[in-house]
Design a protein. Structure first.
Length: 365
């Protein structure tokens, strides 16, 4: 039977979200609010202008919005205690691969020390029953072209992916050293694909770059047109995180004795090339595509082929992707069109409610 979103579980739950000012964190906060949760956010101020956080006025739906650095342990644990949260979602990170080549020290410090601070806070605050730590699909050794599963060898060849691999090792160490015999506290790491959706204004993201091109030069410039990515709407993995967090909270028998690292990748049909995505938007926005040749130019290395599996999540959590790639891309077009004359939060809420209706209805094959 398909797992359904249970608002009665989340209604009134006190939840602490790090990275709430980011694209993914903003969507998660709105999702949780719809389910009735009382959310406290902890993050730096949004790095982009515009940002989904500001456009959707996410701070207005939170119990408290704290602007602070995830590397500040004393402030972090103080705010977690004050929030009286039972559930933590840790999304705060330096999330960009290319930026990690420019600022490797910042990347390692933010991602590793931030995760360490969360783990240490959870270790000391016994009230926290469920913790979901978001890492990355880029943790895997990409030497072999395959669909990655949770048991595959981890890689870490660029600063960003290396920092996230380090987070996985750190998590494993804490589980074995401190949480193995704590039935009242459960933790997991999760990995999603290339998340897409309305309100993403991040630097070096394909779709935001395309939409910016649509307004300015009317031309899509591609660095790696043949690179294959596991594209998925942001609501897909967020749904998985919510299902997992609930099961961890309840310490459900079905997942009690298995390793708590989870892939929430899209179906194979969503794993398409960069050029495929570009062609969709070029057609709908009447743009031209230009491939940027690398001859005589220096680009930071990027993985050319990445597919993330989802078998474990399907088997043990009954989680299933709901929106096809075409549906997801159309939802993005809808979002940017509708927010021209509607409140961004209303648009997000309507898409979330539509998604929930799909989850709670007939299963997509």
């Amino acid at each position: 039977m398909l797992n359904r979103i249970k608002s009665n579980f989340w209604n009134g739950k006190k939840v602490f979200v790090t990275g709430h000012t980011g694209f993914k964190g903003s969507w998660l906060c709105i999702f949780l609010k719809i389910l009735g949760a009382k959310v406290t956010g902890y993050a730096l101020k949004p790095k982009t202008n515009p940002s989904l956080f500001k456009l959707a006025k996410v701070d207005e739906i939170l119990e408290k919005s704290i602007y602070a650095d995830i590397r500040n342990y004393k402030r972090l644990i103080k705010e977690i205690k004050k929030s009286q949260a039972n559930v933590i979602f840790h999304l705060a990170a330096q999330p960009l691969v290319r930026y990690s080549y420019i600022e490797p020290k910042e990347t390692f410090e933010t991602n590793i020390l931030g995760t360490l601070n969360i783990l240490e806070s959870v270790r000391k605050i016994k009230k926290i029953k469920s913790t979901v730590i978001i890492t990355s699909d880029k943790v895997y050794d990409t030497a072999k072209i395959k669909i990655f599963k949770e048991t595959d060898i981890l890689g870490g060849y660029d600063p960003y992916s290396s920092s996230k691999v380090s987070c996985e090792h750190l998590f494993s160490s804490y589980i074995h050293s401190f949480f193995k015999n704590r039935s009242y506290q459960k933790l997991a790491t999760v990995r999603a694909g290339n998340v897409i959706g309305g309100g993403d204004y991040s630097e070096d993201r394909l779709i935001p770059d395309i939409l910016l091109s649509a307004k300015k030069v009317k031309k899509i410039v591609l660095r790696n047109p043949n690179a294959v990515r596991p594209w998925q709407h942001v609501l897909e993995p967020l749904n998985g995180y919510l299902i997992l967090a609930e099961k961890l909270y309840k310490n459900e028998k079905k997942i009690r004795n298995i390793k708590q690292n989870w892939n929430f990748g899209p179906n194979i049909s969503n794993c398409k090339s960069v050029k495929y995505i570009a062609k969709f938007f070029a057609k709908n926005l009447k743009l031209k595509i230009k491939v940027l040749r690398t001859k005589g130019k220096i680009f930071t290395p990027e993985t050319s082929f990445l597919r993330l599996g989802n078998f474990k999540a399907k088997k043990f959590l009954n989680w299933h992707p709901k929106w096809s790639l075409e549906k997801s891309l159309n939802k993005i077009l809808d979002w940017y069109y509708l927010t021209e004359f509607q409140n961004a939060r209303n648009v997000c809420e309507n898409q979330i409610k539509e998604f929930i209706k799909k989850i709670n209805g007939r299963r997509r094959t």
